[in-house]
Design a protein around this ligand. Structure first.
Ligand code: B4P
Length: 185
């Protein structure tokens, strides 16, 4: 099974993908995690991406597509995967379709988590306190939400038009939301 998990920053994509991968025995692919790993490893790509991520902007489509393509060519994706954080704009959604056509694959379901803005700001403030992620300060979070509304929200309509989108209430406990996702799948 191949899934796309959509939602604003702090909507629980990474949290829920980590649970779903175990329940469905598929791989969790987070472009945010791939980028943070490149930053931590000090690769050329990581050096380019760091300032963009810290500002709450999207890293260039070409760089992220290359990371994703490399990941999708690894053997452990054979049983399926959850894409978390990709696609982030319409160009990425189209690039993903082209990549999947080359790989003879398709997306089975797109799931969009719906969460109130104030809840998002509260969750990410807590993560900032616990983990100190450099893009979780309140001003950068508000900017990331703006980028989401402008660039990523149209991706939800893209999958709705394909007839494979389900909107999921992302408010409540992590277990409750996980059950809603499993019921939808
Ligand atoms: P991401 O890594 O995707 O970060 P995110 O949107 O904040 O989501 P994440 O999955 O980490 O958090 P979650 O909602 O699960 O992106 C970071 C940056 O990388 C982007 O700004 C961009 O610069 C770059 N990037 C990534 N992908 C890109 C792409 N395709 N193109 C270009 N650039 C890209 O969880 C947030 C917090 O909420 C956690 O602390 C969690 O514990 C908590 N939480 C979750 N569910 C909860 C619940 N039900 N109740 C209470 N708390 C909850």
């Amino acid at each position: 099974m191949r899934l796309v998990l959509l939602g604003p920053p702090g909507s629980g994509k990474g949290t829920q993908a980590a649970l779903l991968k175990d329940r469905l025995n598929i791989v969790h692919i987070s472009t945010g995690d791939l980028l943070r790993a490149a930053v931590a490893a000090g690769t050329e790509l990581g050096k380019i991406a760091k300032a963009t991520m810290d500002a709450g902007e999207l890293v260039s489509d070409e760089l992220v597509l290359q990371l994703l393509e490399d990941r999708l060519n690894e053997p452990d994706v054979a049983n399926g995967y959850i894409l978390d954080g990709y696609p982030r704009n319409l160009a990425q959604a189209q690039a993903l379709d082209e990549l999947l056509a080359r790989l003879n694959q398709n997306i089975d379901h797109a799931l969009a988590l719906i969460v109130d803005e104030e809840q998002i700001v509260a969750r990410l403030a807590q993560r900032a306190a616990e983990q100190g992620r450099s893009d979780d300060s309140e001003s950068v979070v508000r900017h990331r939400l703006h980028v989401y509304a402008e660039q990523t929200a149209p991706v939800v309509n893209y999958y709705e038009d394909k007839g494979i989108l389900t909107a999921i209430d992302g408010m409540g406990s992590i277990d409750e939301i996980n059950q809603r996702l499993c019921d939808a799948i």
